[in-house]
Write a protein that binds this ligand. Structure first.
Ligand code: G
Ligand code: MN
Length: 241
């Protein structure tokens, strides 16, 4: 057990020492014009760790188990921010961060960032953010600095309705599970429409994630969603779109 943990710890600290994960960028698009409004930075890892098959989520789960999650997220964010000076005018850069990282490391890091008002922080769903006062304080602070807050993967994990009404995020990202087949499912359409209405009330916008077909794209537009992301609109790629 101890041996296994120490192997995981070594694999992750080696990766951090080597500069962290690779970063790819995926466009977030205005659905009526096709214009790119933002780019999400996504971390990409070796697909094996110590002989085991490992996806991105496995790497972050392992890091969490050995107490390196904040370090791993921060190095991914630092690498992602390399793109900030190269972004096209008027586009924003979205990075992913868990409530623990937001509570402990992000504020200090972004404080001296010159173009921080072009940053979006997507809160990932693995922990309950609203139950963490330090994360909530940090989120207020980030907003005061001009940073937009998105709730990632809305509809799954902790990214639920209570979080939406308490955080009142600038951006609600509709999880791809809810976008998948939305053209064939009135229940998914009703959820999307409801979130659009909620977004209006809180002065936010909805981004539909994981749009793969034009039928899904048409259905989210019909539901009143303005922005989208997904393989149909642009795949994650090493260069900025
Ligand atoms: O958790 P988050 O929403 O930040 O992660 C997005 C993940 O979904 C990335 O790993 C990205 O590569 C993947 N992704 C992006 N667009 C699509 C899509 O259209 N379909 C599917 N299945 N996955 C997607
Ligand atoms: Mn995300």
């Amino acid at each position: 057990m101890w041996e296994a943990r120490s192997q995981v710890w070594s694999a992750i600290s080696d990766l951090i020492d080597a500069g962290g994960p690779r970063i790819v960028y995926q466009p977030i698009v205005r659905l009526d014009t096709g214009a790119i409004t933002a780019v999400e930075a996504l971390a990409r890892f070796p697909n094996r760790c110590g002989g085991r098959v490992h996806n991105t989520e496995d790497w972050f789960l392992d890091a969490d188990q050995v107490g390196l999650c904040v370090e791993l997220e921060m190095i991914a964010i630092e690498r992602a921010l390399d793109a900030l000076p190269h972004l096209t005018r008027g586009t924003r850069l979205a990075v992913n961060a868990s409530p623990s990282t937001i509570a402990t490391a992000i504020v200090e890091f972004v404080h001296d960032l010159p173009v921080r008002n072009r940053l979006i922080i997507e809160i990932t769903e693995h922990e309950n953010c609203i139950a963490k006062p330090a994360a909530m304080r940090a989120i207020h602070h980030l907003r005061d600095l001009g940073i937009q807050i998105a709730i990632d993967d809305t509809g799954t994990g902790y990214s639920g309705l209570e979080q939406l009404v308490k955080l009142r995020p600038d951006i609600i990202k509709l999880d791809h599970i809810l976008t998948r087949g939305i053209n064939r499912d009135p229940a998914r359409r009703a959820l999307a429409t409801g979130l659009v209405q909620l977004a209006r009330e809180i002065d936010g916008t909805v981004v539909a994630e994981g749009i793969e077909t034009s039928a899904e794209c048409d259905a989210v537009i019909d539901a009143g969603v303005f922005y989208g992301q997904g393989y149909l609109l642009g795949k994650p790629a090493p260069a900025l779109p």
